[in-house]
Design a protein around this ligand. Sequence first.
Ligand code: NAI
Length: 372
Amino acid sequence: MKILLVLYDGGKSAEEEPRLLGTTENKLGISKWLADQGHELVTTSDKEGSGSEFRKHIVDADILITTPFHPGYLTREVMDTAKQLKLAVTAGVGSDHIDLDAANERKITVAEVTGSNVVSVAEHVVMTILSAVRNFIPAHEQVMNGGWDVAAIARNAFDLEGKVVGTLGCGRIGYRVLQRLKPFDCAELLYYDYAPLPKEASDAVGCKRVEDRDEFLKRCDVITVNTPLHAETKGMINKEFLSKLKKGCFLINTARGALAVAEDVAEALESGQINFYGGDVWYPQPAPGDHPWRSMRNHLKGGNGMTPHYSGTTLDAQRRYAEGTQEILKRFFNGEKQEPANLIVENGEYATKAYGQRNTKTEEAKEQVRTD
Ligand code: NAI
């Protein structure tokens, strides 16, 4: 079979660090394994435009593997040219770079390595929340730049204790963020999600579900966004959404860049409607040099906690999603069933309830949220 692997280039870092498996140099550690079985592997980072290697090789590829960090965008138009494609694997979590409805029409299976980097992202979120509330980033910048002005930092620094923190989307990542925040004695830990947590799961962290989204937005001092990108969530963080937040809210988005309207976020930060925006996801990726999130700041010249997309690609996460990808391929080659939690679409149907409310019993609790 022909397998097309779209990854980012690791350059010198990948040469020096073989655990950087998610790079074109280290090929998820699966190139020899595939060659030994007689499969053809084509690896590229060149993914944009009709003349790209991605577009050239997708036409006769049986399997596409890509990551959310440097995604080969499998649009309907690209799928029209991919006549042999049977399986699209996301080495990581989040398959919104694929037109899932178009994949269903063509009966292409979409699988991801569910759970592989959810702890990695949850830790990044907790780090970003603390950095935000305590005004850490401008403080660090100040000393690196040779300054010393305690008041200029302390005027916008708070404790997390006593604040209301909420997750918009409470699946594997959102739940893990709340779990990790429990010892901080927040005033309330809240979540908004169309699917409720099992009672034991919410009791274990002492969190409460808010059923009305506007009410949720109004109550939180800190919001972490953890919903997949799909038709209902695309562009949801817009002017209207931002205007419903408590003034000075700290907003963290490690889910997907396209959940937000970039200019609206920058404007809300500059006007003081939000105190902070941070996370690691952008649209498109790589982010262009003039993306507003690269330079936006609040009126005190802080409030920006953006990084490149790396929260879910720590070396530990890379090992897990590389191993998980190999397991998905092994099952596919052997004609075995995939792990149900890894399936996004199969046989022309959505296999997950996370990408919108279609055909779902919305009040059904998510039994797997703690264990996957
Ligand atoms: P999950 O499938 O376990 O949880 C997603 C939750 O969002 C589900 O409980 C679902 O009911 C809820 N949801 C969906 N649409 C919603 C809506 N409109 N309103 C409220 N809730 C909604 O997924 P998981 O593992 O927690 O990942 C979430 C997302 O995080 C991924 O889809 C991906 O986009 C992103 N992610 C980012 C990474 C990074 O490196 N920054 C790495 C891994 C995931």
